[in-house]
Design a protein around this ligand. Sequence first.
Ligand code: ZN
Length: 525
Amino acid sequence: MSLARIFSRAQLGLEAPLVHVELHVGRGLPSFTIVGLPAPVVRESRERVRAALLNSGYQFPAGRITVNLAPVELSKQGGRFDLPIALGLLIASDQLPVCSRAVECYGELGLAGELKAVSGMFLAALRAAQAGHALIVPCANREEVALSGHSAAFDAATLREAALRLAQGERAQRLMGASIDREAADAGASAAAQPLSDVAGQWHAKRALIVAAAGGHSLLMVGPPGCGKSMLAARLPQLLPPLSSAEALEVAAIGSVWGLKPDAHAWHRRPFRAPHHTASAHAIVGGGPQVRPGEISLAHQGVLFLDELPEFNRRVLEALREPMETGSITLARAASRLELPAQFQLVAAMNPCPCGYLGDLVQQCRCTGAAIERYRSRISGPLLDRIDIRIEVPRVPADELVQAAVAAGSAGGAGSAHEQSPPCAEVRSARDACQQVREARGRRMARSGVLSARLSAAQLPECCTLPPASEQLLRRSCQRLGLSGRGVYRLLAVSRTIADLADSDSIEPQHLAEAMQLRRPLSVA
Ligand SMILES: [Zn+2]
């Protein structure tokens, strides 16, 4: 046998296309060539494979060795092809029998023959399972492969162990006994029962969070430093219902490509990403030579929190508009275009002015009118228009904080912060916030198939029945506030969610009025 073929997979955006690793050992002067668009790191595989074979007690075949990674037009990156090349050499030089079943192999080799983890293994394992191929992977990738649900995967710590698994074929011991039960592993983890109960005061902001969660709306909080904007934002994923099984798989696959290992204990938890404002466009939107997903894709099905919104690069902010509309991002590469999912819920926060204290009761603002204008104009009108809910988050008065702390202490914690009297009935039941959100989302999904934030312009009129009083109010407000066409649609979408929270088929004037309260123009100090 002088020819061998083993399967592996490359990585291209969110795809893991199959690669045939073909090896031929021919007569002639000793040489070792890898063809098929290998990246420099794949070409260096020659040296690692040679040392690993010798140090594992095998012979390095003499002759003219050609490795072809097909299809040739596909770019191959990383050290994952070391193991298939080494095993192929063993088969081509008759040191290992030919394997009768289709096996995919992955692993970077150390010089002593040890196998190191490869990135993106979760996605590759998913695709291998779909193709019905068996798998040999490094021990270090064991957990993510188990989470993928692949039922014929084997793990190995060294090249020798991997060769043994390949030779044993069907008789080899299954990896990890069985795949991890993802649903059971996460039991209880999604039961973050009272996400808002320990936030003192801020009833208006809490209500805005509930509406945002119920309708999938994007949210902007404007307030002085230290008023709790970041804390409130971090509660949103807990208000949202847990990921469905299909969503969890998709989220884990995106994370795997980025280098995040899937976590069995957070399997159904919504992602929460909070990139710093100095992050580059590639880091946030995605891209680069190997097309890695950016933060907006890592936040898919979850929350993207941008603190200090005006400090972000303007180009980055403008690039958010497309995914906010379509739920995906198209990245152009040298010769192709790739689409990555990016259906995130945007939560942004900003100070009211550069110093942060405009309108604050405690500290005096020292900014000039021009400086405030410049600061706010960094967020373009079209982007602002796409943010459905915009609220001010004032500082919680000190006595209210003290009162909450005392109440929590005397009642032994759990939910007692609610015993202060909240200003409106909608928030009084904030302890059931998750329940309210779940029910409202359920109603909308049952009626329209999408959340209100994603209702199209064609769907909105049929979903938003306005009684005469509401229609009159809307007409008056449009004139008074000078709303754009998009502004009216966004206002209706938020009203729809508020009506859903109240289990009302029609949008009553009070729903519309609350939606207007939740959509303040940015210029209000
Ligand atoms: Zn200021």
